[in-house]
Design a binder for this molecule. Structure first.
Ligand SMILES: Cc1cc2nc3c(=O)[nH]c(=O)nc-3n(C[C@H](O)[C@H](O)[C@H](O)COP(=O)(O)O)c2cc1C
Length: 376
């Protein structure tokens, strides 16, 4: 499967599977424990049926939405993901450039293969930044000053990783970041020579451009996930002037306190099924969160979005936009920036078609009446 002949996201995943050594593919593709939540995220979308509206004039369909004062041409954002540099040499730089070219938003992760200033430049500024809390308040202050100085507009605080989930594929593969040249890894690398050559070109230690230090930082962060408390949220709110979004919310009961604490948006997320296995699918959690938020701030969703109809379903349930994680990493692995853009183009084409076929000219026309939920 080549990227250019990939007609949907499943094809792009297959292209990535063929390009990447098994442990690298599994690191991206896998979830926690039995991967129940990973599977459930996608299955729950498939169980929702559509009730199309007919006789609407859909000669001009526009999926653009507004988020924190910026028009985004597509309600599909690129979720923060760490470790992209093992999938492709240009990693975050390629993803940021793809998001800019497709006029959507990239959320740059704390876990990164390139300095956040470089990623910001590659994306033309105005990106969002996802924060994993450093260990001290002083470091948090310094980190946020740096994020703001680099031109990031929106801060996303991820709150669902007090400890890491049990990624059993990684343990079975003996895989960890940064990638070490173990005999097993060399063997896997040899089975994917195109990837291996790229990886070596992109990651050979050089003192000049600080590539090694990027990996060292990554290792540090990966070694120390830590709980984020309500007090931390208040502290971060006090430091960050721009919009603050909390990522990893599933319980509607927590919404009032989140909004009182100054959250300007929430992401309904279970970390793509990589943290606590057995939690509900995000699209199942979405309606109650939307009801609790009651239109006061944008609600976003990620997890299991693989089709334009999935985007439509999330919008119909009240999400302002969705994010995708793995799909664009598959695209990145298979074709760098062009691969990420291909994924966004496929989702854009599918969403436009789904909107036209449900009589929806804009996301404002997409409402719960278009859906038949499981159980009626
Ligand atoms: C390889 C990988 C790395 C990730 N790294 C991060 C991260 O650094 N920070 C974060 O908030 N979420 C991270 N996530 C979670 C994503 O932001 C997102 O919640 C998830 O991928 C959405 O599900 P999807 O992959 O089904 O689209 C990661 C996900 C993957 C697959």
């Amino acid at each position: 499967m080549r990227l250019r002949s990939a007609v949907n996201l499943a094809d792009v995943r297959e292209a990535a599977r063929r390009r990447l050594p098994r442990p690298v593919f599994d690191m991206i593709d896998g979830g926690a424990d039995d991967e129940l939540t990973l599977a459930r995220n996608e299955a729950a979308f498939r169980e929702i049926r559509l009730r199309p509206r007919v006789l609407a004039d859909v000669s001009a369909v526009d999926p653009a939405v507004e988020l924190f004062g910026r028009r985004v041409s597509l309600p599909v954002l690129l979720a923060p993901t760490g470790g992209g540099r093992i999938a492709h040499r240009r990693a975050e730089l390629a993803v940021a450039a793809a998001a800019a070219a497709q006029d959507t938003v990239y959320v740059q992760s704390t876990v990164t293969g390139y300095p956040l200033e470089e990623v910001s430049r590659a994306g033309g500024g105005g990106l969002w930044y996802q924060l994993y809390l450093p260990s001290t308040r002083e470091e948090t202050r310094t980190a946020l000053d740096r994020v703001a100085a680099a031109g990031y507009r929106v801060l996303v605080l991820t709150v669902d990783t007090p400890v890491f989930g049990g990624r059993e594929r990684d343990r079975r593969n003996g895989f960890g970041l940064p990638v070490r040249p173990t005999p097993g890894m060399l063997l896997h690398g040899a089975s994917r020579p195109a990837w291996a050559v790229e990886f070596l070109r992109g990651n050979l230690p050089t003192r000049r451009d600080g590539r090694l230090s990027a990996w060292a930082t990554q290792r540090q962060i990966l070694a120390s996930p830590r709980p984020v408390t309500w007090a931390d949220l208040a502290f971060v709110r006090g430091l960050w002037d721009g919009p603050l979004v909390v990522k990893g919310v599933l319980r509607s009961e927590e919404v009032p306190r989140l909004l009182d604490s100054g959250a300007d948006g929430v992401v309904v997320s279970n970390h793509g099924g990589r943290q606590l296995d057995g939690v509900q699918a995000t699209v199942e959690a979405l309606p109650a969160v939307v009801d609790a938020v009651a239109g006061r701030v944008p609600v976003l969703l990620d997890g299991g979005v693989r089709r334009g109809t999935d985007v439509l379903k999330a919008l119909a349930l009240g999400a302002t936009a969705v994010l995708v994680g793995r799909p664009y990493l598959y695209g990145l692995a298979a074709g760098g920036q062009a691969g990420v853009e291909h994924v966004l183009e496929l989702l854009r084409a599918e969403l436009l078609r789904a909107m036209a076929l449900t009589g929806s000219r804009t996301p404002g026309d997409v409402d719960r009446g278009l859906l038949l939920l499981p159980g009626g």
